[in-house]
Design a protein around this ligand. Sequence first.
Ligand code: PLP
Length: 498
Amino acid sequence: MSAPADRHDRAPYAAALHLNAGQGWTRLGVPGHQDQPANYPSLTALAGPRLLAMDIPMFTEGVDLAPAGEPGPSPLQEALDLAADAWGAKRTWFLTNGASQGNHAACLALRALSGHAVVQRSVHTSVIDGAILAGMRLEFVHPNVDVNLGIAHGVTPAALDEVLTMYPGAAAAYVVTPSYFGAVGDVRALAGVAHRHGVPLVVDEAWGSHFGFHPDLPASALASGADLVISSTHKLAGSLSQSAMLHLGYGPFADLLEAPITRALTALQSTSPSALLLSSLDVARRDLCLLGHQRIRASIDDADLVRALIAEGGRFTDPGPAMLASPDVIALDPLHIVVDTGSGGVPGFQARRLLEASSRIHVEMATDSVIVAIVGAGSRVDAHYIVNALHSMPAADENMHRAKDRQPIALPQTGPRARDVRDAYFAPAEKVPATQAVGRISVDTLAAYPPGVANILPGEVVTAQVVEFLQATAQAPYGWVRGAVDPSVAHLRVLLEQ
Ligand SMILES: Cc1ncc(COP(=O)(O)O)c(C=O)c1O
């Protein structure tokens, strides 16, 4: 195929990336290294001018394989063993397609144990996709939801117990903790419940890959008795985007799970995994183990100072205490900074835009009410700069200074389930205007992103409230609805009426 030569003079994505890199952003989102080469020298040394030399093919002797003629273990195997040791796992796998791949693999592996699993309804959409790929039926346990802040928390041990009792013979109990907002569930109690029902506890700990590396951080899911843990190392633990880990615990299900996971990953891992991503996992582990103690304390101090200065300012509310009061939350990650900007007159979506426009501060996410800023485990942030930028934001509406006058876009209840997720996903469908979709059965997963928690699942009845929420999200600055057939959610795909 030929195209005008001048079109190919351009490398627009790379050019935009270079431009962005030169703009001096304060990055308060993922990846956790947050472009701080001074704080991540080992990671920085991976690429630089040696980028091409470091990008090697799979099965290179002396790297992926032991040096020719020498007995193993290979450097790759050693790196995997060290990671398992650092996270307290019986076995660890490196992933090059994010925690999403970990969730896909976990679902495929669990399907080998049983045809259904009990899953927290607010799991990341990659769990839903994994279940669809694997052909595994999902029974849902519902999290507590703070409707006004747009936050789904975790599940209580009692709620998990109830659903496991209703659906015996499940492959596993599958929960997500911490939440996108840093709220941590009681993994020890959840593992106890799952084990009493004779099933493993799988924890999507995407947002807690740094847990356990400092006494002031929450305990890790593995240390709390989880059997299989999905860890998005690039989020806060200092590896490159898309690199992640899957950890097998030492618990009673290790032998049962190991072979199906290995098999699932063989199917789902690229046969050309990026050596840069793999090596970034190796150096992230080394830095957490060697330097983590001191560096993480400094990161927590910076995050604490942001919170203290916000409290001192008196304009914005900290939703932390209310989150902690939720019955399914036992701790908060100090490296997640959640600010209820709505309480100070600026909806979260708008606050995110204002911070970018006025101060080149990028935060990880926003809902209509809050923003979530992340401090990488090892990163440093200028608390005064951030809080000054927050306080400089003009209120969108003077009335909104009074919390009771706010009309946030409330997180809607999910619609009733009418079909199994996978049956609906593969059923004959039609695309209809959103108004006509109300009352019909969705064939798609639609999720306001971030946090990527499905607001509609295949098989659920579409409700007017959910459509309204998704359309409002799509219209908000940076709003994106993952899985929508058009960006404004003007149409939905629903089951064909016979
Ligand atoms: C809870 C949870 N699990 C899994 C993922 C997917 O992680 P990744 O981007 O590493 O694929 C995310 C992404 O935000 C997430 O929030």
